[in-house]
Design a protein. Structure first.
Length: 317
């Protein structure tokens, strides 16, 4: 009788999850927000999203095939998801050539330069978005006005977003109900709070994400906004405007760039919420979500190092 005890490498418990299943699950959760953007921005939303997705998939395939000399993995859905998230952070009237530059930066620099999926330190879509914001500030802050089922693209009428008006100290004529439905200017994925929350519910039910990061970000942003303004309505506007919901639900929860433990996720989320409101209120840009997430992406390795779960069998000293 063989009494040898052989321990194989982890993982020892399999949940049935896979990279494609997680990626396509997030894409399904983004469908309501995409439909809202199509309704309010029309053909521009479709052109920007398709361009971003096709460019991200193409760049990843070419880099893996001809530079890294490895089997392309574009079928896992990660490049598609990066393309959709990048598009959701762009105006609906952004020229195609600028979108392609953003897609290249997101995939080539934000993802593949670190070794591909699972190795990237920063969220690739946000790397592309911030690069475009710094390089093309005029185009990236020229927002098309809502024009239901519009057939306009580059010649769409433009105007300021509610967050931009708030930053300038100007009155906001956008109703809270319009913010919930998506009837306001902004990036594709910034409009339609209800649609984003539907996607969040889907991800939570399917256990693609946990509540720790979204709730800690939103709760911190609301409380801190209320403290600095003494205005609950202002605090609620901070949650419904800009990329707060999109970032907290779909960007900050990225598996690779967020902490591994629940306690670490809460710390991560609190810091993102604080940084976002600090940048929005006292920084040069009206929006701070992208910068806050990227900053905390860089801090994630430290959080993982110092906030660890108790080892199995460990005796408390």
């Amino acid at each position: 009788m063989n009494l040898n005890f052989i321990v194989s490498p982890s993982p020892h418990v399999h949940s049935g999850n896979s990279i494609p299943r997680c990626m396509y699950g997030v894409l399904i959760a983004l469908i309501p927000a995409f439909l809202v953007s199509l309704y309010f921005f029309g053909v521009g939303a479709l052109i920007v999203t398709l361009t971003s997705v096709v460019a991200c998939v193409l760049f990843e395939y070419l880099i893996q095939k001809f530079l890294l000399k490895v089997k392309p993995t574009v079928s896992d859905g990660s490049a598609i998801l990066t393309g959709v998230l990048l598009a959701f952070n762009l105006p609906a009237n952004l020229p195609i050539w600028i979108i392609c530059i953003g897609a290249f930066v997101a995939i080539a620099i934000g993802k593949m330069s670190f070794g591909g999926l699972g190795n990237n330190i920063f969220n690739p879509a946000l790397v592309g978005r911030v690069f475009l914001l710094i390089s093309f500030p005029v185009q990236m802050t020229t927002w098309p006005k809502v024009d239901i089922l519009s057939t306009h693209y580059l010649d769409a009428e433009t105007g300021a977003t509610p967050l931009g008006l708030l930053k300038q100290g100007l009155p906001i004529d956008t109703l809270t109900s319009d913010m919930l439905l998506g009837n306001m200017g902004g990036s594709l994925g910034e409009v339609g709070a209800i649609a984003l929350l539907i996607g969040c519910a889907y991800l939570l039910i399917r256990k693609v994400i946990t509540w720790h990061i979204p709730v800690s970000i939103l709760a911190t942003a609301f409380i801190f906004s209320w403290i600095v303004s003494l205005d609950a309505h202002y605090a609620m506007q901070q949650l419904l405007m800009g990329g707060m919901l999109l970032g907290s639900i779909f960007m900050a929860t990225d598996y690779v760039t967020s902490p591994m433990t629940h306690r670490g996720m809460v710390i991560y989320g609190i810091c993102i919420g604080l940084l976002t409101i600090i940048i929005r209120r006292w920084g040069a840009y009206p929006e701070g979500m992208s910068f806050a997430i990227l900053i905390m992406n860089g801090v994630t390795p430290l959080i993982n190092k110092y906030v660890k779960p108790k080892r199995f069998g460990e005796v408390k000293k």
